[in-house]
Design a protein around this ligand. Structure first.
Ligand SMILES: C[S@@+](CC[C@H](N)C(=O)[O-])C[C@H]1O[C@@H](n2cnc3c(N)ncnc32)[C@H](O)[C@@H]1O
Length: 254
Protein backbone atom coordinates (compact mmCIF):
# COMPACT_ATOMS: atom_id res chain seq x y z
CA UNK A 1 0.00 0.00 0.00
CA UNK A 2 1.20 3.53 -0.69
CA UNK A 3 1.76 5.64 2.39
CA UNK A 4 1.53 9.41 2.70
CA UNK A 5 4.95 9.89 4.35
CA UNK A 6 6.70 7.78 1.72
CA UNK A 7 4.94 9.36 -1.28
CA UNK A 8 5.89 12.75 0.18
CA UNK A 9 9.47 11.54 0.60
CA UNK A 10 9.46 10.51 -3.09
CA UNK A 11 8.31 13.98 -4.18
CA UNK A 12 10.99 15.53 -1.99
CA UNK A 13 13.60 13.50 -3.90
CA UNK A 14 14.27 11.08 -1.01
CA UNK A 15 15.06 7.36 -1.16
CA UNK A 16 12.79 6.06 1.60
CA UNK A 17 9.90 4.87 -0.56
CA UNK A 18 8.64 1.71 -2.29
CA UNK A 19 7.28 0.95 -5.81
CA UNK A 20 3.67 1.39 -4.60
CA UNK A 21 4.54 4.88 -3.30
CA UNK A 22 6.37 5.83 -6.51
CA UNK A 23 3.51 4.58 -8.67
CA UNK A 24 0.95 6.73 -6.85
CA UNK A 25 3.47 9.61 -6.68
CA UNK A 26 4.04 9.53 -10.47
CA UNK A 27 0.36 9.22 -11.21
CA UNK A 28 -0.53 12.22 -9.07
CA UNK A 29 2.41 14.27 -10.34
CA UNK A 30 1.24 13.65 -13.93
CA UNK A 31 -2.12 15.23 -13.00
CA UNK A 32 -0.55 17.97 -10.90
CA UNK A 33 3.09 18.74 -11.76
CA UNK A 34 3.11 21.39 -8.98
CA UNK A 35 2.99 18.83 -6.21
CA UNK A 36 6.76 18.32 -6.01
CA UNK A 37 7.22 22.12 -5.79
CA UNK A 38 4.62 22.19 -3.00
CA UNK A 39 6.49 19.48 -1.06
CA UNK A 40 9.77 21.40 -1.35
CA UNK A 41 8.10 24.76 -0.56
CA UNK A 42 6.47 23.30 2.55
CA UNK A 43 9.84 22.11 3.90
CA UNK A 44 11.31 25.55 3.14
CA UNK A 45 8.39 27.09 5.12
CA UNK A 46 9.33 24.79 8.03
CA UNK A 47 12.93 26.05 7.90
CA UNK A 48 11.95 29.75 7.81
CA UNK A 49 9.28 29.50 10.51
CA UNK A 50 11.40 27.44 12.94
CA UNK A 51 14.37 29.74 12.41
CA UNK A 52 12.17 32.79 13.01
CA UNK A 53 10.65 31.35 16.20
CA UNK A 54 14.03 30.24 17.60
CA UNK A 55 15.83 33.46 16.65
CA UNK A 56 13.26 36.19 17.24
CA UNK A 57 10.51 34.79 19.47
CA UNK A 58 12.62 32.99 22.08
CA UNK A 59 11.06 29.59 21.34
CA UNK A 60 13.25 26.64 22.34
CA UNK A 61 10.60 23.88 22.43
CA UNK A 62 8.89 22.40 19.37
CA UNK A 63 6.17 19.76 19.00
CA UNK A 64 6.12 18.63 15.34
CA UNK A 65 3.03 16.51 14.61
CA UNK A 66 2.98 14.67 11.25
CA UNK A 67 6.76 14.81 10.99
CA UNK A 68 7.18 12.79 7.82
CA UNK A 69 10.32 10.87 7.01
CA UNK A 70 13.51 12.59 8.07
CA UNK A 71 15.00 14.72 5.30
CA UNK A 72 17.49 17.59 5.16
CA UNK A 73 16.76 20.39 7.65
CA UNK A 74 14.43 18.66 10.09
CA UNK A 75 12.89 20.79 12.83
CA UNK A 76 15.53 19.92 15.47
CA UNK A 77 18.41 20.68 13.09
CA UNK A 78 17.04 24.12 12.24
CA UNK A 79 16.18 24.94 15.87
CA UNK A 80 19.39 23.57 17.38
CA UNK A 81 21.48 25.46 14.82
CA UNK A 82 20.09 28.64 16.43
CA UNK A 83 19.92 27.29 19.99
CA UNK A 84 21.72 23.99 20.72
CA UNK A 85 19.62 23.55 23.89
CA UNK A 86 16.33 23.45 21.90
CA UNK A 87 14.04 20.51 22.70
CA UNK A 88 12.01 18.89 19.93
CA UNK A 89 9.36 16.15 19.99
CA UNK A 90 8.25 14.53 16.74
CA UNK A 91 5.00 12.59 16.24
CA UNK A 92 3.74 10.55 13.30
CA UNK A 93 1.57 7.46 12.92
CA UNK A 94 3.54 5.83 10.09
CA UNK A 95 5.62 2.87 11.34
CA UNK A 96 8.31 3.54 8.73
CA UNK A 97 8.67 7.09 10.01
CA UNK A 98 9.20 5.65 13.49
CA UNK A 99 12.05 3.38 12.37
CA UNK A 100 13.83 6.12 10.44
CA UNK A 101 13.17 8.76 13.05
CA UNK A 102 14.71 6.72 15.85
CA UNK A 103 17.88 6.33 13.78
CA UNK A 104 18.13 9.78 12.23
CA UNK A 105 16.42 12.34 14.41
CA UNK A 106 19.17 12.56 17.00
CA UNK A 107 19.91 16.05 18.16
CA UNK A 108 22.63 18.07 19.86
CA UNK A 109 23.99 16.79 23.21
CA UNK A 110 22.77 20.00 24.96
CA UNK A 111 19.23 19.76 23.60
CA UNK A 112 16.75 16.91 23.37
CA UNK A 113 15.02 15.15 20.49
CA UNK A 114 12.31 12.59 21.05
CA UNK A 115 9.87 10.71 18.86
CA UNK A 116 6.31 9.63 19.71
CA UNK A 117 4.50 7.04 17.61
CA UNK A 118 0.98 8.49 17.96
CA UNK A 119 -2.05 9.53 15.99
CA UNK A 120 -3.40 13.05 15.62
CA UNK A 121 -6.76 11.59 16.64
CA UNK A 122 -5.41 11.10 20.17
CA UNK A 123 -4.15 14.60 21.08
CA UNK A 124 -4.20 13.96 24.84
CA UNK A 125 -1.73 11.09 24.40
CA UNK A 126 0.54 13.28 22.25
CA UNK A 127 0.54 16.00 24.93
CA UNK A 128 1.00 13.53 27.79
CA UNK A 129 3.96 11.83 26.12
CA UNK A 130 5.49 15.09 24.87
CA UNK A 131 5.52 16.29 28.48
CA UNK A 132 8.29 13.75 29.11
CA UNK A 133 10.63 15.93 27.01
CA UNK A 134 8.98 19.37 26.82
CA UNK A 135 8.16 21.67 29.75
CA UNK A 136 4.44 22.43 29.35
CA UNK A 137 4.80 25.45 31.62
CA UNK A 138 6.95 27.24 29.05
CA UNK A 139 5.99 28.28 25.48
CA UNK A 140 6.03 25.60 22.80
CA UNK A 141 5.71 25.87 19.02
CA UNK A 142 3.15 23.37 17.77
CA UNK A 143 3.94 22.47 14.16
CA UNK A 144 1.26 20.90 11.91
CA UNK A 145 2.56 20.96 8.36
CA UNK A 146 0.57 19.11 5.73
CA UNK A 147 -1.20 16.85 8.21
CA UNK A 148 -4.62 18.42 8.87
CA UNK A 149 -5.64 17.67 5.24
CA UNK A 150 -5.88 14.06 6.41
CA UNK A 151 -8.79 14.95 8.71
CA UNK A 152 -11.44 15.63 6.10
CA UNK A 153 -14.20 16.93 8.37
CA UNK A 154 -13.58 20.58 9.32
CA UNK A 155 -15.20 20.43 12.75
CA UNK A 156 -13.27 17.32 13.70
CA UNK A 157 -10.00 18.79 12.38
CA UNK A 158 -10.51 22.10 14.26
CA UNK A 159 -11.37 20.22 17.45
CA UNK A 160 -8.24 18.02 17.25
CA UNK A 161 -5.99 21.03 16.77
CA UNK A 162 -7.78 22.81 19.66
CA UNK A 163 -7.08 19.83 21.93
CA UNK A 164 -3.38 20.17 21.08
CA UNK A 165 -3.40 23.99 21.42
CA UNK A 166 -5.35 24.25 24.65
CA UNK A 167 -2.84 22.65 27.07
CA UNK A 168 -0.01 24.90 25.78
CA UNK A 169 0.81 28.01 27.82
CA UNK A 170 0.40 31.62 26.76
CA UNK A 171 3.25 32.71 24.45
CA UNK A 172 3.12 29.39 22.56
CA UNK A 173 2.82 29.35 18.76
CA UNK A 174 0.86 27.41 16.15
CA UNK A 175 2.56 26.85 12.78
CA UNK A 176 0.18 25.19 10.35
CA UNK A 177 -0.08 24.86 6.58
CA UNK A 178 -2.05 22.75 4.18
CA UNK A 179 -3.13 22.27 0.59
CA UNK A 180 -5.61 24.67 -1.00
CA UNK A 181 -7.29 24.82 -4.41
CA UNK A 182 -7.38 28.54 -5.17
CA UNK A 183 -4.39 28.88 -7.50
CA UNK A 184 -4.70 25.76 -9.67
CA UNK A 185 -8.13 24.34 -8.75
CA UNK A 186 -8.37 21.76 -11.54
CA UNK A 187 -4.96 20.23 -10.84
CA UNK A 188 -5.36 20.31 -7.05
CA UNK A 189 -8.82 18.75 -7.09
CA UNK A 190 -7.70 16.08 -9.54
CA UNK A 191 -4.75 15.32 -7.27
CA UNK A 192 -7.08 14.79 -4.31
CA UNK A 193 -9.38 12.62 -6.39
CA UNK A 194 -6.45 10.39 -7.38
CA UNK A 195 -5.00 10.35 -3.88
CA UNK A 196 -8.29 9.27 -2.38
CA UNK A 197 -8.65 6.56 -5.02
CA UNK A 198 -5.20 5.17 -4.16
CA UNK A 199 -6.46 3.62 -0.94
CA UNK A 200 -4.24 5.89 1.15
CA UNK A 201 -5.41 7.85 4.20
CA UNK A 202 -7.86 10.32 2.50
CA UNK A 203 -7.00 14.01 2.12
CA UNK A 204 -8.93 17.19 1.38
CA UNK A 205 -8.08 20.60 -0.08
CA UNK A 206 -9.31 23.50 2.08
CA UNK A 207 -9.78 27.09 1.02
CA UNK A 208 -7.55 29.59 2.85
CA UNK A 209 -10.69 30.73 4.76
CA UNK A 210 -11.19 27.21 6.07
CA UNK A 211 -7.49 26.89 6.97
CA UNK A 212 -7.85 30.19 8.88
CA UNK A 213 -10.31 28.36 11.18
CA UNK A 214 -7.39 26.51 12.79
CA UNK A 215 -6.00 29.85 14.00
CA UNK A 216 -9.18 31.20 15.58
CA UNK A 217 -8.44 33.07 18.80
CA UNK A 218 -4.70 33.33 18.03
CA UNK A 219 -2.71 36.38 16.99
CA UNK A 220 -1.20 35.85 13.53
CA UNK A 221 2.27 37.17 12.79
CA UNK A 222 2.79 39.20 9.62
CA UNK A 223 2.09 38.50 6.77
CA UNK A 224 -0.86 36.43 8.04
CA UNK A 225 -2.16 33.38 6.20
CA UNK A 226 -0.48 33.25 2.78
CA UNK A 227 0.90 30.78 0.29
CA UNK A 228 3.87 29.19 2.08
CA UNK A 229 6.22 30.51 -0.59
CA UNK A 230 5.23 34.04 0.45
CA UNK A 231 5.65 33.72 4.20
CA UNK A 232 8.72 35.94 4.76
CA UNK A 233 10.57 34.58 1.71
CA UNK A 234 14.33 34.75 1.38
CA UNK A 235 15.40 37.61 -0.89
CA UNK A 236 15.65 36.50 -4.52
CA UNK A 237 17.67 38.15 -7.27
CA UNK A 238 14.69 38.62 -9.59
CA UNK A 239 10.98 38.86 -8.86
CA UNK A 240 9.17 37.17 -5.98
CA UNK A 241 8.34 33.49 -5.36
CA UNK A 242 5.36 32.11 -7.24
CA UNK A 243 2.34 31.38 -5.00
CA UNK A 244 1.45 27.69 -4.68
CA UNK A 245 -1.64 25.89 -3.40
CA UNK A 246 -0.29 25.41 0.11
CA UNK A 247 -1.25 28.13 2.59
CA UNK A 248 0.07 28.58 6.10
CA UNK A 249 0.63 30.97 8.97
CA UNK A 250 2.38 31.40 12.29
CA UNK A 251 0.27 32.60 15.23
CA UNK A 252 0.83 33.34 18.90
CA UNK A 253 -1.35 32.22 21.78
CA UNK A 254 -2.12 35.16 24.04
C1 LIG B 1 2.30 15.52 3.67
S1 LIG B 1 3.28 14.72 4.92
C2 LIG B 1 4.06 16.15 5.67
C3 LIG B 1 5.38 15.86 6.35
C4 LIG B 1 6.09 17.04 7.00
N1 LIG B 1 5.30 17.64 8.07
C5 LIG B 1 6.48 18.09 5.97
O1 LIG B 1 5.94 19.20 6.04
O2 LIG B 1 7.34 17.85 5.13
C6 LIG B 1 2.00 14.29 6.13
C7 LIG B 1 2.51 13.48 7.32
O3 LIG B 1 1.45 13.36 8.27
C8 LIG B 1 1.40 12.02 8.77
N2 LIG B 1 0.03 11.73 9.22
C9 LIG B 1 -1.10 11.67 8.47
N3 LIG B 1 -2.18 11.42 9.24
C10 LIG B 1 -1.72 11.32 10.51
C11 LIG B 1 -2.36 11.05 11.77
N4 LIG B 1 -3.67 10.86 11.85
N5 LIG B 1 -1.59 11.01 12.88
C12 LIG B 1 -0.24 11.22 12.81
N6 LIG B 1 0.42 11.47 11.65
C13 LIG B 1 -0.31 11.51 10.52
C14 LIG B 1 1.82 11.15 7.59
O4 LIG B 1 2.29 9.88 7.99
C15 LIG B 1 2.91 12.04 6.96
O5 LIG B 1 4.18 11.75 7.50
Amino acid sequence: MPHSARVWNYWLGGKDNYPADREVGDHIRAANPMIADIAVAQRAFLVRTVRHLATHEGIDQFLDVGTGLPTADNTHEVAQRVDPTARVVYTDHDPLVLTHARALLTGSPEGATDYIDADLHDPERIIREAAGTLDLNRPIALMLLGITAHVVDDDEAYALVRRLRDPLPSGSFLVLCDDTNVIAPTEMDEMIRQWNESGENPRINRTPERIAGFFEGLEMLEPGLVSVTQWRPEPTEVGSPRPLDDFGAVARKR
